[in-house]
Write a protein that binds this ligand. Sequence first.
Ligand code: MG
Length: 195
Amino acid sequence: MQKLTIAVDCDDVIVPTASLIVDHYNKTYGTSVELKNLYSYDLKVWGVDDDATAVARVDEYLMSDEYQSALPFVEAIDALRTLSKQHDLHIITGRRDFLATATEKMLDQYFPDLFQSVQYTNFFSDKPRSKSEVCQALQVDLLIDDHLHHAKVVADCGIRVLLFGDYPWNTSSDLPALIERVKDWPAVVKLLTTS
Ligand SMILES: [Mg+2]
């Protein structure tokens, strides 16, 4: 197999954070938010009167030690080490710039020297960068991401995507040809390494 330039998402691909956010939110605010509500704007679910309050509550958690020291998937550590021997790897995350220090600390600890760069696209901000733009700038051949939105905008540019994991926010019965579903890291390794 040829050497590929691969972009890898962070949250819920390398580090399982969605369940942490939901669990903490419910514990703190007495709500019953479920994983399937994570990207929902239903104010009743979040127990708030306006979007801004829910966003502020989640942001507060994103700044906590608990979130910032979340452990990666054990399988991701081996898988990315294996992939790095054959391919060039970059991180392209929706995280905002304020999480750069915590993110790089986690990457240095568990994935030392595996990534050529870490790109923050500030997805939930006034000035997001599109993952498709970043993929094109880095001449990425393939993106590994759990979110259908990012998968679709990147596939629209002609870039292959592995849609990672079985999550309520990435269910779709009708995926574009360039998007392929992968259930976990061993499946990714199987697809992207020569045996
Ligand atoms: Mg993600």
